[in-house]
Design a protein around this ligand. Structure first.
Ligand SMILES: CCCCCCCCCC(=O)SCCNC(=O)CCNC(=O)[C@H](O)C(C)(C)COP(=O)(O)OP(=O)(O)OC[C@H]1O[C@@H](n2cnc3c(N)ncnc32)[C@H](O)[C@@H]1OP(=O)(O)O
Length: 258
């Protein structure tokens, strides 16, 4: 005959034990169950660490200064970084420098559309060129209280569009990324539903600009965001944009929502 514990699992096996065995055997069984539970929890913890491999080492923060930065980039960085370091209660600081990685680590194991090979090779568009200074060099400074952020952006030589100037798509990429970062910071996961851009004056290749983004209003799941791209002294307007971001649940990103 098949033992009852194998048919109904440990819970039912224990109730069976209560009715048939003496107290010391029951105590022994309870201790064993607790030990098994602890060991299972240890295994789950080990598994969850393994599932992050190879990302359980500290990822590289791409928003730190490097040798490719022009003095203008370093100067703007230092200006906003100093705002982040103003003495005071950490929680009450207005400005924060956001770290920037080449993957959104939380989502490494998701994505029903992606094969394992593509998943392991996926990298954030703006952080996928290894040569420092060749493409998108940028740092985002967030001011949650004022619902705005500033991005210091140095456009590298691989972003050429018109000769000697930055490609409009590269500008749009940065605008979308910075506005999306702001909307996401305020609300959790979002996707761009609508993006309108007016290009006012071309951005010279290799130059440093600021992207000023602000949350205009929120209507339910809809986040309306603005963005202005200016020279670092803010005297020249390069680009203006407005966008709508819609907050989504993680299932939407993985195509698993119903
Ligand atoms: C750390 C690194 C950070 C990097 C940040 C990078 C940010 C980059 C962001 C992106 O580039 S996302 C990629 C580009 N975007 C997409 O691929 C989105 C494709 N579209 C969708 O997935 C869906 O259409 C969307 C999530 C936007 C909306 O679908 P839902 O089914 O969730 O919502 P629904 O269609 O019910 O719309 C919700 C509301 O938004 C409104 N809406 C949606 N799309 C709209 C649109 N295009 N224009 C105006 N309104 C729009 C819609 O009318 C409705 O308004 P009401 O609530 O008032 O009825």
């Amino acid at each position: 005959m098949i033992p009852r514990s194998l048919l109904f699992g440990r819970g039912l096996a224990l109730s069976h034990a209560f009715s048939n065995q003496n107290a010391s055997t029951v105590h022994q069984q309870l201790s064993m169950t607790a030990w098994n539970l602890r060991s299972s929890l240890r295994n789950i913890r080990t598994l969850s660490l393994m599932s992050l491999w190879p990302f359980n080492v500290k990822p590289r923060d791409f928003s730190l200064p490097n040798a490719s930065w022009r003095p203008e980039m370093s100067k703007a960085y230092e200006y906003y970084n100093a705002l982040c370091e103003i003495e005071g209660d950490e929680k009450r600081r207005l400005w924060r420098k956001l770290p920037s990685y080449n993957r959104v680590l939380k989502y490494t194991t998701g994505g029903v559309y992606l094969s394992k090979i593509i998943q392991s090779k996926a990298r954030l568009f703006t952080r996928n060129i290894k040569e420092p200074g060749a493409a998108f060099e940028y740092v985002v400074f967030m001011n949650k209280q004022e619902k705005r952020c500033v991005c210091v952006f140095q456009a590298g030589h691989l972003l050429e569009g018109p000769p000697g100037h930055v490609h409009g798509g590269a500008v749009a990429t940065m605008i979308d990324s910075v506005m999306g970062t702001l909307a996401g910071y305020m609300s959790g996961p979002v996707m761009t539903a609508n993006l309108n851009i007016n290009y006012r004056s071309p951005i010279p290749l290799g130059s440093v600009v600021l992207l000023h983004s602000a949350l205009d209003r929120v209507e339910g799941r809809k986040f309306f965001v603005t963005c202005r791209v200016t020279s670092t002294d803010e005297s020249k307007l390069h680009t203006e944009a407005t966008a709508l971001f819609v907050s989504v649940n993680v299932g939407h990103l993985f195509g698993t929502r119903f």
